[in-house]
Design a protein. Structure first.
Ligand SMILES: Nc1ncnc2c1ncn2[C@@H]1O[C@H](COP(=O)(O)OP(=O)(O)OP(=O)(O)O)[C@@H](O)[C@H]1O
Length: 257
């Protein structure tokens, strides 16, 4: 799994004018978005602001959006009245692991891949996420955090150029979530995929991402570069300034805290 250094110079995702409505209600209103290759970008927004809708559209999972289609098949295509250019190899991670309960962990990771080389890479990916020795476990025997690790391994083994993650740690307890933040950042440093991380957790966004976007009223309202070196500490007072700006953009005032 070599780092995708060759992609560092061009945007991984270029989205222009994506619009998506449900029952006459506009959720995404002509979104423009560039994701530079090899960058970890977080997308914040209130519940219902359209974060998952945006991620699903980019992933090619939204059948209701005009121009729907898998980025695996078309690098550049019409989408929701606009245009999307995305890499060929895209992986998606969700809040729940979506492991198939009737397949063992390694078989889940290898789903759709075959050959000795795939198996070797699958085992390596499981080792990378800290699941060495659990290859033959059933998904039902894993904790929530372990299941998400397996889901990350399943993504990694496909060597994604773009990783779309929709609140991947949202269902985990606070301590596990912090450990998973460390793991995601580590995996990102090693493989450098472009990442779009959907989250409602301001601290998660600040600690992990190079750049944080806030989705509001169907548009990208704030686009904030987090200029702090990694690894970042949750206690770093300088991150407080970013937190304040993001909370203000989200309309969270002192009265709410
Ligand atoms: N398939 C659908 N049919 C009808 N409405 C939908 C559909 N999918 C999403 N919506 C609506 O679009 C809006 C945005 O939903 P979305 O799931 O993208 O929000 P979100 O920002 O990801 O929210 P959350 O943080 O709660 O997950 C919501 O009002 C939701 O009800």
């Amino acid at each position: 799994m070599a780092p995708h250094t060759e992609q560092l110079t061009r945007p991984a995702v270029q989205l222009r004018g994506l619009t998506r409505s449900f029952d006459g209600r506009t959720v995404l209103d002509g979104i423009d978005l560039d994701l530079p290759a090899g960058q970890l970008t977080a997308l914040l927004g209130h519940s219902g602001s359209g974060k998952s809708t945006l991620l699903r559209a980019i992933a090619g999972l939204d059948h209701g959006v005009t121009g729907w289609g898998s980025p695996l098949l078309e690098r550049s295509r019409e989408l929701g009245g606009g245009q999307l250019t995305a890499p060929e190899r895209v992986s998606v991670v969700f809040q729940d692991s979506r492991l198939l309960p009737w397949r063992r962990v390694l078989a889940n990771v290898l789903l759709g891949l075959d050959g000795k080389d795939a198996e070797r890479r699958g085992r390596e990916a499981l080792e990378e996420v800290g699941l060495k020795g659990r290859e033959r476990a059933w998904p039902g025997e894993l904790s929530g955090g372990e299941a998400q690790r397996a889901a990350l391994a399943r993504s990694l083994v496909r060597e994604p150029e773009l990783l779309l993650a929709d609140e991947p740690f949202g269902a985990l307890d606070a301590l596990t979530r912090i450990r998973m933040h460390g793991l995601l950042r580590e995996l990102w440093e090693r493989h450098r995929p472009s990442v779009l991380l959907v989250t409602h957790d301001v601290d998660e966004a600040i600690v992990l991402a190079d750049r944080v976007l806030v989705l509001e009223k169907g548009r990208i309202g704030l686009d904030l570069t987090i200029g702090r070196a990694h690894p970042r500490s949750y206690r770093d007072p300088l991150l407080g300034e970013y937190r304040e700006r993001l909370l203000a953009a989200l309309g969270v005032t002192e009265d709410h805290r």
